[in-house]
Design a binder for this molecule. Structure first.
Ligand code: SF4
Length: 674
């Protein structure tokens, strides 16, 4: 047995683990006791991560579609076909007829090269990752208010928090190691405030649970700010030293009325007052929310930031904003510029000076208009203008939470899929390129605490697959690009030159001290565990003006709110899970009682409607209807019905082609005749 210290690549926590290998195969995984993110803990996915790479289902050869059938071919033929087809489409329809989508699981190196291939070799900003609009909302709000879009403190720093606010995210199921850190902090005396409509495991441990009506979060945060202002609990010295636009923020907050907000949000005014006092009274308070797929608006995120600025909960231990990334490299993928409107390092594509900086390094020109995002690529194919789609480790057929990807996919002239496995999306591909797996390649990932870590190579890859970054290099060369990278380490060296807050990063320093937390610069090569810890009172932060929302009450004939969200374990749809025997079994056990999927109803609502668990129910919206099975559970709030994202049929029938995480729909429930 050989042991290789590496990082788990399932979720954004970035736990340290050892891969055990024997006879050229990865055969086991166990946690690193000393890793700062997980201190000897792993969740069920980490314990079984090795099963994915040693799966017998792995693709071994490139596949090329001929006469409607995918056939095994050699690498030269597959990559030559791809390059030729890309050039022909670009020559005929222009560079914006091509689009590039990756997964938030892609490594930094392949993400960087994918967007460089699109922008520098093809000439389009049609680049995005598949994590959805809420992630982009979080990035844009944190950039506009704080200047950097990331979690401010380390996971281990939660041990220093006096108050922890968990907003929306079901930590115990989605980021269990962080849930453990929150619960240990509570056991050590921290107060735990949970905001959200779902009564999940962390909510059951909360000191204060503000079970808000979905869609009213911005109103609730405004009411909390109003209660803090009314009681004079603001941190004046922090505000005057570090913040701008306080007066315009105050002008909006003065319009709030705590009693009116309490009624709109469905939370008692006393609870709002108490939560405001607990949060503002703490010496250090942290707020945790997910940047994943949720029906949340930019204003609700702005309101979270406002609360932290109002109370000075930034730039110190135990405080801060934890913008949690659920996928293992969502932070890194965004840092690398896999965004339709931002270049590496979050430079806006429309900013000529920012563009010129990257153009000078790449020695080429970059288009100035933002490209199409993932939603447009997968719903209307960029208003019908897209002809080719490149998908790196991405399987929208199985996981996209909007629209009907299959309908879009079948209309592309060229689909290139890079993946470990034959996915639902790959069935529509013209070319499938098998990639090496975690444990077989040396690449880097950036976790939710900005920790850039090397995923080390434990075994040699099987014959056939190539690293995804190498495939991108070979295609770029065939397109005429002067790309001379010989290793992923050289790609990282270029990333260090292009992304300012990675300028001190290289494979030598990533190989020690469990990686580096960015900003890791030449001046600060050890990185930074505390973002904004050294800001110097230059009014770097901006309050956001959030207009008081108008909450529309439900029409009497549709009294329930339909919420599309997470239930069970969020990773149910992951293609990687389907290729791990243990995790697939766990997943199936969870669905034994409801093999066709389910919608969740609060027991009080179920009783009022005469609906029992397991019964067929009809969901009727003003425009559509769908049938599913009732799962009666107190996890959902009274007055709401939750449809898990993986129950696609209900979502499609109710929302049709506009299906997506941002929608809230009013419905009524009826018993379906047997
Ligand atoms: Fe892996 Fe995330 Fe589980 Fe840690 S919490 S073991 S990173 S899936």
């Amino acid at each position: 047995m050989a042991q290789t210290l590496t990082t788990c690549t399932f979720c954004g926590v970035g736990c340290g683990l050892y891969l055990e290998s024997s006879d050229g195969r990865v055969v086991g995984a166990y946690p690193s006791l000393s890793h700062p993110a997980n201190s000897g803990r792993l969740c069920v996915r980490g314990w079984h991560v090795h099963e994915v790479c040693s799966s017998p289902d792995r693709l071994r050869s490139p596949l090329l579609r001929r006469n409607g059938t995918l056939e095994e071919v050699g690498w030269d033929e597959a990559l030559g076909f791809v390059a030729d087809k890309l050039m022909r489409i670009r020559a005929r329809d222009g560079p914006d007829a091509l689009a590039f989508l990756n997964s938030p699981r892609c490594a930094n190196e392949e993400s960087y090269l994918l967007q460089k291939l699109a922008r520098a070799a093809i000439g389009t900003n049609n680049v995005d990752h598949g994590s959805g609009v809420y992630c982009h909302n979080s990035i844009n709000v944190l950039l506009e208010t704080l200047g950097l879009p990331a979690t401010t403190n380390s996971i281990s720093d939660l041990a220093n928090s006096e108050v922890i606010v968990v907003d929306g995210v079901d930590l115990a199921r989605r980021l269990p190691v962080i849930a453990g850190a929150v619960l240990r902090a509570k056991l050590s005396g921290a107060k735990l405030i949970v905001i959200g409509s779902r009564y999940h495991r962390i909510a059951r441990s909360a000191d204060l649970f503000l079970q808000v009506l979905p869609g009213t979060e911005a109103m609730l945060y405004g009411a909390l700010a109003k209660a803090i202002v009314d009681r004079g609990l603001m941190n004046h010295s922090f505000i005057h030293k570090h913040c701008r636009d306080y007066e315009s923020f105050l002008a909006h907050i003065r319009l709030y009325d705590v009693f009116e907000a309490a009624e709109s949000c469905g939370v008692s005014p006393d609870l709002i007052e108490e939560a405001a006092q607990v949060y503002a009274g703490a010496r250090c308070a942290a707020v945790l929310y997910s940047t994943g797929i949720e029906s949340r608006t930019r204003d609700s995120i702005r309101a979270i930031v406002n609360l932290a600025l109002l109370t000075g909960n930034l730039g110190k231990r135990g405080a801060g904003i934890f913008a949690l990334t659920e996928h293992n490299n969502l932070q890194g993928v965004c840092d690398m510029g896999v965004l339709p409107d931002r270049l590496p390092g979050y430079r806006p594509v429309g900013d000529a000076r920012a563009r010129a900086e990257v153009e000078a390094l790449w020695k080429t020109t970059i288009p100035s208009s933002p490209g199409f995002g993932a939603r447009s690529m997968l719903t209307d194919r960029g208003d019908g203008s897209l002809k080719a789609l490149w998908l790196c480790r991405c399987d929208p057929f199985s996981t996209a939470f909007f629209g009907d990807p299959a309908n879009s996919l079948r209309h592309f002239e060229l689909i290139v899929v890079q993946h470990l496995f034959m996915t639902g999306t790959a069935e529509y591909a013209h070319v499938v390129l098998p990639t090496t797996s975690f444990g077989e390649e040396r690449v880097s990932f950036t976790s939710t605490e900005r920790r850039i870590q090397l995923a080390e190579r434990a075994v040699a890859p099987p014959p056939g697959p190539l690293p995804a970054w190498e495939q991108l290099v070979r295609v770029a060369r065939l397109l005429g690009a002067d790309w001379s990278y010989r290793s992923s380490a050289e790609v990282m060296d270029e990333i260090g030159a292009v992304v300012p807050f990675y300028s001190g990063v290289n494979y030598r320093n990533l190989g020690s001290h469990y990686g580096r937390q960015w900003p890791c610069t030449k001046e600060q090569p050890l990185g930074t565990s505390l973002l904004f810890g050294n800001h110097n009172g230059n009014h770097a932060f901006r309050f956001a003006a959030v207009a008081k929302p108008t909450i529309i009450p439900p029409p009497p004939e549709f009294p329930l709110i339909l919420v599309f969200g997470q239930s069970l374990y969020y990773w149910n749809q992951s293609v990687l899970i389907q290729h791990s025997e243990t995790l697939r079994r766990e997943h199936r056990i969870l669905l034994l009682d409801y093999p066709q999927g389910f919608v969740e109803i609060n027991p009080a609502d179920a009783q009022a409607l005469g609906i029992h668990d397991g019964q067929k129910v009809r969901l009727v919206s003003p425009d559509a209807a769908a049938v599913s099975t009732a799962r009666v559970t107190d996890e959902v709030r009274r007055g709401t019905v939750c449809v898990p994202y993986f129950v696609r049929e209900v979502e499609r029938q109710i929302l049709g082609s506009v299906a997506g995480g941002a929608a809230l729909v009013w419905i009524r429930l009826e018993k379906e005749a047997a």
